[in-house]
Design a binder for this molecule. Structure first.
Ligand code: BG6
Length: 472
């Protein structure tokens, strides 16, 4: 028995499918096709097209969690989880974002899901916005370019708080809020023209998101005083490639940019370096005194983060491999192993980043994504021997144990990414599998959707039992 949250994670747009069912409206990710345009659109450099018949949009059906959630939650309970982190699709609740009244069918779906979880003793951890903006708000306001989004987001979040108060204790305002730096369309529904000041658009949108996050923290505390609001960062320290001060300085700078979000959400203040940086880049932001007061007064209750690996920075990248596969950039670290998709693997980096975040903010932490994207093979007798995933998870769990025991860092929970196979965010592939549970569906959208337990499923179940961590 434990209070520690042991869970799995997912995101609405990567699992639910049923993209137009029961009144749901289109969202940014519905417009990301599988194929070569995906990255250009995701990075906001290429305008999205209306979803047409010629392209394949993997999120439209995803793994059909919308219709399989009971079966999937039963599997989570069998696995022994006591937490499930999932996101709510904004456009299920407000189909265009602009409605005055929420879509009851959307709320009812999440209510059934939450009740199903609670019946099994599984704590829901809800991400309010996981790479998710209704297309109606992109059309009306250019998404988070506009201050108007703060009120729209507040309306949406408050609807959730009112409906699910006392059932949901942990809320996360924006998944990987720093993704806006790298993939502004994925992160925040932004498309930025070549002749615009890209960083002006991004930092303005980030400011509005952080004000919105502070505002809903205030609203949540009033509506449900027991509930907690978390910030969420794609974490991983940037290491200097060498002890050359030039490399140390670029790594420091990359860390500052990454910490920008938590500095504001965790400490309530813009970091000082931004003053000179904004001036030198011609960035002029709409920021009011009221915004600053809100940011200062309503910092986050806890810090959640994803951790896949550390990053490395080098001043002179001539002749160095920069193909890290990950949106966070940097260069390839020669000391680390890599996944099939080229992502670094660095278990010790988890201890390093947990210390970095704790030392800087002293807020409780929650690790809400950690896992390995890999190809899985189903044997003729329906088994999946994913020992590589088990090895990855075991190494990271060992590091967490050490970090908590030896460094005394409070961690509220661990939700592995992803409890079940889902559509990869970056590539749109199904073949980049993360789950304990296999889903029979391929990159072209073919397959029976049948669920199978991987070896990692059985391994993690035993891990939880041995640690006495089984769901309460
Ligand atoms: C995080 C996201 O960036 O990483 C998830 O929060 C995503 O949505 C995960 O799926 C893994 O990345 P990918 O691109 O391999 O799916």
């Amino acid at each position: 028995m434990t209070d520690f949250l042991w869970g799995g994670a997912s995101a609405a747009n990567q699992v639910e499918g049923a993209y137009l069912t029961d009144g749901r409206g289109l969202s940014n990710i519905d417009l990301l096709p599988h194929g070569e345009d995906r990255l250009a659109i995701a990075s906001g450099r290429m305008p999205y097209q209306e979803a047409g018949p010629d392209a394949f949009y993997p999120s439209h059906e995803a793994i059909d969690f919308y219709n399989h959630y009971k079966e999937d939650v039963a599997l989570m309970a069998e696995l022994g989880l006591n937490a499930y982190r999932f996101s709510i699709a904004w456009s299920r609740i407000y189909p265009t974002g602009l409605e005055n009244e929420p879509n009851e069918a959307g709320l009812a779906f999440y209510e059934q899901l939450i009740d199903e979880l609670l019946n099994y003793g599984i704590e829901p951890i809800v991400t309010i916005c996981h790479f998710d903006v209704p297309k109606g708000l992109m059309d009306a306001f250019g998404s988070w370019r506009s201050r108007e989004m703060i009120a729209q987001y507040e309306k949406y979040a408050v609807t959730l708080f009112e409906r699910f108060k006392s059932k949901v204790k942990y809320w996360i305002s924006f998944n990987e809020i720093n993704m806006i730096l790298h993939k502004p369309f994925t992160g925040a529904g932004l498309t930025i023209a070549d002749d615009e000041n890209r960083m002006q658009v991004i930092y303005q949108a980030a400011h509005y998101e952080m004000v919105a996050s502070a505002l809903i923290t205030k609203r949540l505390h009033a509506i449900d005083p027991q509930a907690k609001l978390g910030a969420m960062l794609a974490a991983g320290d940037y290491y200097p490639y060498s002890a050359n001060p030039e490399d140390v300085r670029v790594a420091q700078r990359a860390n500052q940019e990454n910490n920008f979000f938590l500095d504001i959400q965790g400490r309530g203040e813009y970091p000082r370096w931004t003053e000179h940086y904004f001036a030198s880049e011609g960035i002029v932001l709409d920021r009011s005194e009221a915004d600053f007061n809100l940011l200062k007064e309503y910092t986050c209750d806890f810090i959640s983060f994803s951790y896949y690996a550390s990053r490395a920075s080098k001043a002179d990248t001539t002749g160095v491999d920069t193909n890290t596969g990950n949106a966070a950039g940097g260069v390839v670290n020669p000391y680390l192993k890599r996944s099939e998709w080229g992502w670094m693997i660095d278990p010790l980096g988890l201890r390093i980043v947990m210390n970095s975040i704790w030392d800087r903010y002293q807020k409780p932490l929650m690790l809400v994504e950690n896992g390995l994207g890999a190809k899985d093979l189903v044997t003729v007798d329906g088994k999946i021997h994913d020992d590589y995933r088990i090895a990855y998870l075991q190494e990271h769990l060992d590091v967490i144990e050490e970090t908590m025991a030896e460094d005394g860092i409070p961690l509220l929970g661990y939700t592995m990414w992803s409890v079940i196979d889902l559509v990869s965010s970056s590539s749109g592939q199904m073949s980049k599998r993360y789950g304990f549970i296999y889903v029979d569906r391929d990159d072209a959208g073919q397959g029976s959707m049948r669920r199978l337990k991987k070896d990692s499923f059985h391994w993690f179940k035993t891990y939880l039992e041995e640690k006495g961590l089984k769901a309460k």
